[in-house]
Design a protein around this ligand. Structure first.
Ligand SMILES: Nc1ncnc2c1ncn2[C@@H]1O[C@H](COP(=O)(O)OP(=O)(O)O)[C@@H](O)[C@H]1O
Ligand code: SF4
Ligand SMILES: [Mg+2]
Length: 343
């Protein structure tokens, strides 16, 4: 690396090279009049190059907080109070800690390294600019030698990649259907060939048919372009089809993390089991949907011990007193006292 970013970490042996993002001990709090609300607590995971990591959990579990912290797009009252976000570039240089980067350094990495797709394409697209012109802007900001004509051609090509015809490049966002806008915002996120794309409920606002098309496109583009994805949704059955690995969040913490196949076949945490049985599977035969009784905790006053204990059918003595920590259980990481150390 010729230029040293302020966040460069000096220990290159910190993580294996196939890891693109190494999240370590991330804590994010909201400062409120009632005191700090801890919406991400000690969140750690590794994202491998080209991997799709799903993050699932009910509303209020901290998913969007995690996404905005990963992309450094959070605004007050949210504060990252601890942790590291170690980004490993393709060049084998020492990792960069995104938490400590300045605004200018972050802007350089945005789009080319790290980009984001939000639930509503309208949050990403400028309503008063032609869709293609937004691609041209993004492409030329990161490659000043690119002339306008070539940038428009690339814009049309990128839109084509997500099944939006080239003539739509001259349309304004409101002239596109909701599904088309969402696909355009995914293409925009991929325009500068990032290593890592973070998606927060990108298909929640579109119908099921469009959802399937978008997911199929994300999988195809990932194969072609090799970017890694953190994909957040409340819909676990969708992730079990799309993701390589899945992290389950509850009350701001990861409570289970494993391959999508193992979480589907053998979810170990009672909350994962409840979530799996709350959504109809996309392909497998229908199961009886049981759901989870009660509602997620108010994070201003989280429950003592295991945060899931007030809703857990399998709780036992001590669950309301001791906080379970993530530990390896048959290859997955699980935070639950049903699996004591050495079990
Ligand atoms: N602006 C805010 N001020 C205070 N607390 C907030 C704010 N936004 C979110 N929170 C807290 O963070 C929790 C997680 O929110 P969020 O990350 O949006 O969850 P999710 O995306 O999983 O629905 C919420 O339950 C709430 O307690
Ligand atoms: S630790 Fe206890 S309360 Fe928490 S999920 Fe496990 S069994 Fe249920
Ligand atoms: Mg959210």
């Amino acid at each position: 690396m010729t230029e040293t970013l302020s966040g460069t970490v000096t220990d290159p042996a910190a993580a294996p090279s196939d890891v693109v993002l190494d999240v370590r001990g991330l804590n994010v709090e909201y400062a409120t009049a009632d005191g700090p609300v801890r919406a991400c607590v000690d969140v750690s995971f590794e994202l491998r190059r080209g991997e799709i990591l799903g993050v699932a959990g009910e509303s209020g579990s901290g998913k969007s907080t995690l996404i905005t912290a990963l992309t450094r797009l959070q605004r007050p009252p949210a504060v990252t109070s601890a942790g590291q976000l170690l980004y490993h570039g393709r060049d084998g240089a020492p990792p960069i800690d995104l938490v400590t980067l300045s605004g200018r350094e972050l802007r350089r990495l945005r789009w080319t390294t790290l980009s984001i797709v939000l639930q509503s394409a309208m949050d990403a697209l400028n309503p008063v600019m032609r869709v293609g012109a937004q691609f041209v802007d993004a492409l030329r900001t990161h490659d000043r030698r690119l002339d306008k004509r070539a940038a428009w051609e690339q814009a049309a090509e990128l839109l084509g990649m997500v099944g939006v015809s080239a003539d739509r490049a001259r349309a304004y966002p409101h002239e596109l259907s909701g599904g088309m806008r969402q696909r355009a915002s995914i293409a925009l996120a991929l325009a500068c060939r990032p290593d890592l794309v973070v998606m927060d409920e990108p298909t929640t606002a579109v119908d099921v048919v469009m959802q399937r098309q978008i997911l199929a496109q994300v999988l195809r583009l990932r194969r072609e372009l090799g970017f890694a994805v953190v994909f957040v949704t409340h819909d676990l059955s969708l992730l079990l089809e799309l993701a390589d690995r899945v992290a389950i969040m509850y009350a701001g913490r990861i409570v289970e993390l494993g391959t999508a196949a193992s979480l589907y076949a053998q979810p170990r945490h009672p909350y994962t089991r409840g979530l799996r049985d709350s959504f109809p599977p996309l392909h497998a035969p229908l199961r009886r949907l049981t759901g989870i009784s009660g509602s997620p905790p108010d994070l201003r006053r989280p429950p003592s011990g295991c945060p899931f204990h007030p809703r857990c059918r399998e709780r036992f003595d001590g669950c309301d007193e001791r906080l379970p920590v993530l530990r390896d259980v048959g290859g997955n990481d699980v935070a639950c006292h049903l699996y004591p150390e050495g079990s």
